[in-house]
Design a protein. Structure first.
Length: 546
């Protein structure tokens, strides 16, 4: 039997039969499907192929490599499952990405940049040629068999994932900032033990040619890396939302998809809807999912257990998405869901309830993740030549490590170039008169804090004797250090750095009065914060009482 390899995606080949073979070219029965129609529209054709156990890891189906039953395969709206022989068939049009929904205990191949290779792009004519950034080259006619290899991997119930928000380098120099500020730190701390990583959109900053050096840098972390599309990852030459993803698709695959890892179901969603230039005005975007993606979401959720933890990952925060309530209706009765985004360049835990259109018995937890680039790589440079990039909420730029265990999850925020225990900033005077103690504030910015955090402080004297814990109260306000730094930087004439943004009214600040029973001397203010989705964290500041 003669076989011709056809390029599927970087580092992976698709084996196509040109001579009829019982193993690869037989007609397949209709597999089970979710949301599929009995008749195929005239403009569509059927794609067929196998999902198989790639025992030797070479990316093609060899003799003795069995098909895998019950694997979900999607065309971006419909989902079918493979039959007893591992075979599927699904309708495709002239602009379709077929992809596998990775099941538990199986892995998809990775390319040289650690990007999962789980899809086949069917775009016979290719992307528009007048785009500044290259899209998908013409793929030609639909192959006879579109096959997907999977690799056996045991996945534990409890695992971790790294979450990046907005690395957003606009050039290679800013990729190097990320490499030295964040990537080196993660490599040095291999104890994080993450199974995979996710970038929650704005992989780059409009210049899509920077995606390749960015991917090379992130690949050094050495784990599979999934990517969400952001508003700065679009082909802005595009006239339609569908065409705006062309470069992203060439490099990363479908703009929305899902996969299982361990007992957890992850959904990567595209909530950035682009509209091209009109009436002489520049193109723009809004938050939305659209009908086709909502069909995929409905079909995907219909095929997983009701009690499975579902993690939704997107770029624009969920409460800024226009058709979010349609998604709410699909997940609000599930006992375990959480969603993550980025986009805002500050960190926040939002609990969405009736005021936002949510009707579930419990509020939905949405995490706006810390951003890798902080405030767009702005601010004065440190001794390494890297901008401090402090976020507008006063927190450092960085990333998150998220731990999953059944229905439970925890999130640890990590500051770039900071020790793991740097989780808050405490503000108090350098010195204070004893008579002024009861009117003097102690302020704590707990970077990963939320409305469900309990924060308190105590005084530890020079002999190490601790006082009683005193509750602190939440107070939404700008971070004092960020405000002061912005004023200092803006006062510099002809400054060689980009100015910081305006201060954000931070939702994770707590305040209290120092009190009256502190004796003269040098003491330590100790602050403790406990969050329901993470471990307790603490911070300290020295103060002199006169």
């Amino acid at each position: 039997m003669r076989r011709t390899p056809i390029r599927l995606i970087a580092g992976l080949t698709l084996v196509i039969c040109q001579i009829q073979s019982p193993a690869l070219c037989q007609d397949s029965p209709s597999p089970e499907s979710a949301g599929s129609s009995a008749a195929t529209p005239a403009a569509e054709e059927l794609a067929r192929g196998f999902v198989f156990d790639d025992r030797n890891g070479n990316g093609k189906r060899d003799s003795g490599e069995a098909g895998i039953k019950g694997i979900r395969v999607s065309n971006g709206s419909k989902i079918v499952t493979t039959d007893a022989n591992g075979q599927y068939e699904i309708p495709v049009a002239d602009d379709t990405i077929i992809f596998v929904i990775k099941p538990r205990d199986w892995a998809t191949p990775l390319n040289r940049n650690q990007l999962p290779q789980f899809f086949y792009i069917h775009k016979p004519a290719g992307s528009p040629e007048n785009f500044r950034f290259k899209g998908v080259p013409p793929t030609g006619p639909l192959p006879k068999s579109v096959d997907f290899p999977l690799l056996r991997r045991v996945e534990p119930d409890k695992f971790k994932a790294i979450m990046f928000g907005d690395p957003q380098p606009k050039n290679v120099a800013e990729v190097e900032y990320m490499s030295h500020d964040v990537v080196e730190q993660i490599i040095a701390e291999q104890a994080h033990g993450a199974a995979f990583g996710v970038t929650l959109g704005d992989i780059v900053f409009d210049d899509l040619s920077v995606m390749e050096p960015h991917n090379q840098a992130v690949a050094l972390i050495g784990i599979p890396w999934y990517n969400v599309i952001g508003n700065h990852d679009l082909n802005q030459d595009a006239k339609t939302d569908q065409q705006s993803d062309e470069t992203f698709e060439r490099i990363y695959g479908p703009a929305y998809y899902s996969f299982d890892y361990g007992p957890t179901h992850f959904m990567v969603l595209d909530d950035v809807q682009w509209h091209g230039p009109t009436d002489g005005k520049k193109g723009g975007y809004q938050g939305g999912f659209g009908e086709k993606q909502m069909e995929f979401i409905r079909n995907d959720l219909a095929l997983i257990p009701k009690d499975q933890l579902v993690v939704l990952m997107m770029h624009i925060p969920l409460d800024g998405v226009r058709d979010r309530e349609e998604l709410y209706r699909l997940i609000e009765e599930r006992p375990a869901t959480v969603s993550l985004s980025a986009h805002t360049h500050y960190m926040e835990h939002r609990y969405l309830g009736e005021e936002n259109g949510w009707k579930g018995p419990q509020k939905h937890h949405h995490i706006v993740n810390v951003t890798v680039c902080g405030s767009w790589w702005r601010g004065r440079k440190d001794e390494r030549g890297i901008p401090h990039a402090t976020m507008s909420d006063g927190g450092p730029n960085g990333y998150s490590i998220m731990e999953f265990d059944g229905h439970e999850y925890k999130l640890e925020m990590r500051g770039a170039n900071r020790p793991a225990n740097y989780q808050m900033q405490i503000y108090a005077p350098e010195s204070v008169k004893q008579a002024d103690l009861k009117t003097t504030d102690v302020i704590a910015n707990v970077f990963n804090g939320s409305e469900k955090s309990a924060v308190s402080f105590r005084i530890v004297d020079q002999k190490g004797n601790p006082g009683e814990w005193n509750a602190m109260q939440p107070k939404r306000q700008p971070d004092p250090a960020f405000v002061a730094e912005k004023e200092r930087e803006d006062a510099v004439p002809n400054r060689p750095w980009t100015s910081l943004p305006g201060a954000h009214s931070t939702p994770h600040i707590w305040t209290a009065k120092l009190g009256t029973d502190i004796s003269p001397g040098i003491h330590v203010i100790e602050v403790r914060a406990t969050n329901v989705i993470g471990k307790s964290v603490s911070g300290r500041r020295v103060i002199k009482v006169k």
